[in-house]
Design a protein around this ligand. Structure first.
Ligand code: NJP
Length: 236
């Protein structure tokens, strides 16, 4: 309750569900994505769900200038940031020979550089306060690989390495670093639609959101490193 929670990729999919679950807890939310109309819609839903206050910030997480402004306006509005949920991500799934450099770069820009930039932008305020929590939505392919996902898997392995090293680096400052590693989840990811019959047994965004809330609700001295969550049956 009353925690200031920044969520990237909050305009649909898993990020939307994280926003709405934290809204029910009475959080103050900072919702980040590139499309302002989508963010506005989620802002309305979050306020209806019980959020104490909701700020939307249109930003591309791979752009340092936009991310820095995001952190500035969030701090100006709320005075501190308690939790950053690095959730924004993109994926292209195809053989290596068919993956373009543009797709490769887009995945690294959002999934890896975006996590770095958002984390870097909020850390000074967290360090000054001596508390904070960085929670990253990684992937269960951040630890094992799948065919036709070489580039995407590489980004999520990178995210695991980055966050695990960061955890050791900033634990003395009272800042926790945790990851959720979801399996196949019914969202708009990789150009998909939500609610199509082929995905009926996949995880729902709410399932991943509950894992994030579980991690965030631990007492101050307790760190959950990773929560891996997947549907009962998965293709890989
Ligand atoms: O995807 P989707 P998910 N800057 O497409 C935003 C991971 N994951 O919810 O910017 C800022 O429904 C985009 O908004 P917009 C996955 O890797 C998923 O499934 O306006 N925001 C939207 O809000 C990712 O890390 C599955 O286009 C940017 C959101 O991100 C996380 O879950 C499995 C942005 C994407 O919503 C959420 O993905 C798994 C940018 N540059 C891991 N680019 C799965 N779904 O099966 C995109 O293992 N966004």
């Amino acid at each position: 309750k009353n925690q200031v929670v920044v969520i990237t990729g909050a305009s649909r999919g898993i990020g939307e569900d994280i926003a709405l679950l934290f809204a029910k807890e009475g959080a103050k939310l900072v919702l980040v994505a590139r499309n302002p109309e989508d963010l506005e819609r989620i802002r309305g839903k979050a306020l209806q769900s019980g959020a104490e206050d909701v700020l939307t910030v249109t930003a591309d997480v791979s752009r340092e200038d936009e991310v820095d402004v995001m952190a500035e306006v969030a701090l100006a509005r709320f005075g501190s940031i308690d939790i950053l949920v690095n959730n924004a991500g993109v994926g292209f799934f195809k053989p290596v020979t068919e993956t373009t450099l543009e797709e490769w770069k887009a995945m690294f820009d959002v999934n890896v550089t975006g996590v770095f930039l958002c984390t870097k932008a909020v850390l000074p305020a967290m360090m000054e306060k001596g508390s904070g929590h960085i929670i990253t939505v990684s992937s269960d392919v951040g630890r094992r690989t799948i065919a036709n996902g070489a580039g995407y898997c590489a980004t999520k392995f990178a995210v695991q390495a980055f966050t695990e090293a960061l955890r050791k680096e900033i634990r003395e400052k009272g800042i926790r670093v945790s990851n959720v590693l979801p399996g196949m989840t019914d969202t708009y990811f990789a150009g998909s639609m939500r609610g199509i019959p082929e995905k009926k047994d996949w995880l729902k965004g709410e399932d991943v959101a509950r894992a994030v809330l579980y991690i965030a609700s631990q007492p101050a001295g307790v760190v959950v490193d990773d929560v891996t969550i997947h549907p009962m049956i998965q293709d890989y």
